[in-house]
Design a protein. Structure first.
Length: 288
């Protein structure tokens, strides 16, 4: 995986959502691991899944870190495959104080996203308050949904670290999380074009991601917080993120993309859209 000292022989644009889930990428950049591997990595932040998918289809990214649900929707071009699994912590549903009501409005990135289906499952199974399509309000990525809560335009949403902890601190208690309703789903995958999946630069990129993740797990909360603060997160947010990243469905998530876990993502989608079927065999979305 090593390139010559200080050399760069491949530039990679990587589409990501901002926040704690990219902490292993931040650490890898700070430590010079990508450069050691002969890679110049440019992290391109997006604010919604629609923006990320459009950027992928336009060829703006060589790699993206995203929800596996985007692969299942059949909207991505350039023959994408999941080359590695990742975790960002549990996906948790938070709401303003009080019992859910039929008039509630729930912030989502996209009504057809995995985060929206987690929200619907938690509300149905844990809170006993199923929601209709008309109650879902497209707002954007996790940061945008978190920021929408105090405006009063929505009553609750699905969040991940650190936004789940920050929401609770601001008076939006947790109703439940995906580990209660769909524990086997993948929450994140690294996606590359199938034609590039076996290339040296993609394998080197994945090796760096795994190395950085392992070091963060070893360093614990202090290492995670330091990496996040260096990349602009307030200290309070960095502290809030660490427990979720170190917990179930966090950084310790196995990097293997398995058929069972992709099937769990498909099953969650099919639960709320029974007529839906994947546009291709799930096995074809995995790079073997």
């Amino acid at each position: 995986m090593q390139g010559s000292e200080g050399s760069v022989n491949r530039r990679l644009a990587v589409g990501i959502f901002p926040g704690a889930g990219a902490v292993h990428l931040y650490r890898a950049l700070d430590s010079g691991y990508f450069q050691e591997a002969g890679l110049e990595v440019n992290l391109v932040q997006v604010v919604s899944s629609d923006q990320q998918m459009a950027g992928w289809n336009d060829g703006d990214y060589d790699i993206m870190h995203t929800s596996p649900d985007h692969l299942l929707r059949g909207l991505l071009k350039r023959d994408p495959v999941a080359v590695q699994a990742e975790g960002m912590g549990e996906l948790a549903v938070h709401r303003r104080p009080g019992s859910p009501a039929a008039t509630d409005r729930w912030a989502v990135d996209n009504a057809q996203s995995a985060f929206a289906f987690v929200l619907r499952a938690v509300l149905a199974d844990v809170a006993g308050a199923p929601v209709t399509d008309g109650q879902l309000v497209p707002v954007g990525g996790t940061l945008q949904r978190f920021q929408a809560l105090p405006t009063g335009t929505v009553d609750g949403t699905t969040l991940h670290p650190p936004f789940d902890v920050l929401a609770a601190e601001k008076g939006y208690p947790r109703l439940g999380g995906h580990l209660q309703v769909a524990p086997d789903i993948l929450t994140g995958v690294v996606v590359a074009p199938r034609a590039d999946a076996a290339t040296r630069h993609i394998r080197a990129y994945l090796d760096v991601c795994r190395r950085s993740t392992t070091e963060l797990l070893t360093s614990g909360a202090s290492g995670i917080e330091a990496a996040l603060v260096r990349h602009g997160l307030p200290e309070s947010a960095a502290r809030a993120a660490a427990p979720g990243l170190l917990g179930p469905a966090g950084l310790s998530t196995s990097p293997d993309v398995t058929l069972r876990r992709l099937q769990a993502v498909a099953d969650l989608r099919r639960r709320f859209t029974p007529e839906w079927q994947p546009s291709c065999p799930l096995q074809s979305l995995m790079y073997w």
